[in-house]
Design a protein around this ligand. Structure first.
Ligand SMILES: C[S@@+](CC[C@H](N)C(=O)[O-])C[C@H]1O[C@@H](n2cnc3c(N)ncnc32)[C@H](O)[C@@H]1O
Length: 241
């Protein structure tokens, strides 16, 4: 047991994403036979690695600005025996210019600005004509009670699923597949995030970490739980590849 709480140790993906949905997403984009796959804000790149594993001809690049995530990704790629085809680089999304057949951007559109529209505009030239973008993006649609004072402004400003798809179409993409995280995935994501703190607190008496965990849980369960959602859009770029 270390002196600090774990760092995303209890999450397989840093997004509300189940194993089943991840494998289905990976299979869907791998079926197109991409030669190149790019994951922007890849974290530790678990989805990228799964796409590469299902697309044996593909070279894959994951970029992120958090070195600890990249280190975990490289180890995972070695574990799954794809490290000769999957590389990770410490780069910001806005430094990229080389397009790929499949681009993944899940929970990372902030790498390109403050809005999904800005991200879609920046991501479009990174997708080869005929290629695909897997976009994972937070959404806001009130489904039940919640205290608005507990919710961060940037979360409340998120688009609905419908508005997000409209933005994608306006940016020149075609929606090939539209899906949203279900309640189990949203709960597993929050619980997995909090588990780093709660497991550590079982063996450490630390008022700051306890306050952090309590505040996050309060904002989640009493604040955004009944409105925050997460959409996964598989978007196509029309054109000849
Ligand atoms: C919510 S996480 C999503 C990670 C990953 N896509 C996944 O689904 O597991 C957002 C990621 O964006 C990364 N990030 C933040 N700013 C970035 C930037 N300017 N360029 C690239 N990555 C960035 C963070 O380090 C973090 O790993």
């Amino acid at each position: 047991m270390t002196d600090t709480p774990g760092f995303y140790e209890h999450l397989t993906f840093n997004a509300p994403l189940s194993e089943a949905r991840a494998d289905a997403l990976a299979a869907r984009v791998a079926a197109a036979g991409p030669s190149t796959v790019l994951d922007v804000g890849c974290g530790w790149g678990e989805l990228l690695i799964r796409v590469a594993a299902q697309a044996p001809g593909a070279r894959a690049l994951g970029v992120d600005t958090e070195e600890r995530h990249l280190t975990r990704g490289r180890a995972r790629a070695r574990e799954l025996d794809v490290s000769t085809r999957v590389t990770f680089e410490n780069l910001s999304g806005d430094q990229l210019s080389e397009p790929a057949d499949v681009v993944i951007c899940i929970g990372s559109s902030h790498a390109f600005g403050d809005s999904p529209a800005e991200a879609l505009a920046a991501l479009k030239p990174l997708v080869r004509p005929g290629g695909r973008l897997v976009l994972g993006e937070g959404t806001w649609e009130v489904r039940g009670p919640g205290d608005p004072d507990l919710v961060w402004d940037d979360v409340v400003a998120l688009p609905s699923v419908a508005a997000l798809v409209d933005l994608a179409v306006e940016a020149g993409f075609r929606p090939l597949w539209i899906e949203t995280a279900n309640e189990d995935e949203l709960f597993a994501f929050e619980s997995g995030y909090l588990a780093d703190l709660e497991e550590w607190l079982l063996h450490h008496d630390d008022a700051d970490v306890r306050a952090r965990a309590d505040e996050h849980r309060r904002r989640w369960l009493h604040g955004y739980r009944n409105a925050f959602g997460f959409a996964y859009l598989t978007l196509g770029v029309p054109g000849h590849s």
